[in-house]
Design a protein around this ligand. Sequence first.
Ligand code: NDP
Length: 325
Amino acid sequence: MAQAILVRELGGPEVLKMEGVTLAAPGPGEVQIRQVAIGLNFIDVYFRTGLYKSATGLPFVPGKEGAGIVTAVGDGVSLFSVGDRVAYASADGAYASERNVDASQLVRVPDGISLETAAAMMLKGMTAQYLLNQTFKVGPETILLFHAAAGGVGLIAGQWAKALGATVIGTAGSQEKIDLALAHGYDHVINYRTDNFVTRVKELTGGRGVDVVYDSVGRDTYPASLDCLKPRGLWVSFGNSSGPVEAFNIGMLAQKGSLFATRPTLFSYVATRPALEACANSLFDVVQSNKVRININQTYLLAEAGRAHTDLETRKTSGTTLLIP
Ligand code: NDP
């Protein structure tokens, strides 16, 4: 019998409870995995609270990111065999010791990358990949602002943006997190709990403003993030850690200098097999070349998923976090 966290009702971290579940043999096109590690992501919180709706309704097994060893393959699976080391970033139901996954969502983990590192980085790292290389093409001329710089996505993005040659400005909520971000690619990090980040960005850019703002904080940094942009700059709103941005007034983009806005999600950037493989390979390359280091700063037993959610939501974590079955 497999062990899994089930959400039987929406709510706080206390609704995350471990149960024994019977796992069927993998169906056609599916692969069965014994999971070595599971990645914790802020999106797991949105599904637990009901901000995002689970496609299967209640009860559901949360989580989207994990890595493990293939233990069985269903009919029609040609890409993977028993014993393969695999990982995924967008397959609902990750909070489990063993599980079935649609083979189209899996990638093989290269030798030299541990399954723990893979579980920690697939979702956050592919997010950094598309944000910096596809949503906006970051290069040596780019000056960018990345909120929550010491978070899971933030520490990967800072190193990657620096490797692309950009001037990288971040925000973080404590001195400890500022120091961490400065050690991971950021040129300047602003404490947005104590300082006005718009004023600081204007100072740091000589009044020019940045080319692009990556904002996953949402409610608390809106609309100030728009005031950090140069005319015709790009606002990338990609998360809701402090709550969603509501009632967005598109006319504001004109008033603040013909700005651009986008609200991307990873899942539309890796929706096809070629797109998923290209994005994953780009991440594997940047990690294997040591341009980006993956910091696993917190590890919890899967049974402690509730405590892990509490720590993530109360801003106690930095870098990436694993749940171990
Ligand atoms: P993080 O590790 O970045 O954790 C969230 C961080 O946000 C906190 O550590 C905290 O950093 C900051 N924060 C600011 N205000 C709040 C608040 N009110 N409550 C909680 N945290 C706050 O999480 P992830 O790396 O998992 O994800 C980062 C963000 O990116 C999330 O919003 C997530 O939803 C989004 N995301 C979006 C994707 C997409 O494709 N659209 C894909 C992946 C992630 P500090 O203490 O420094 O302020």
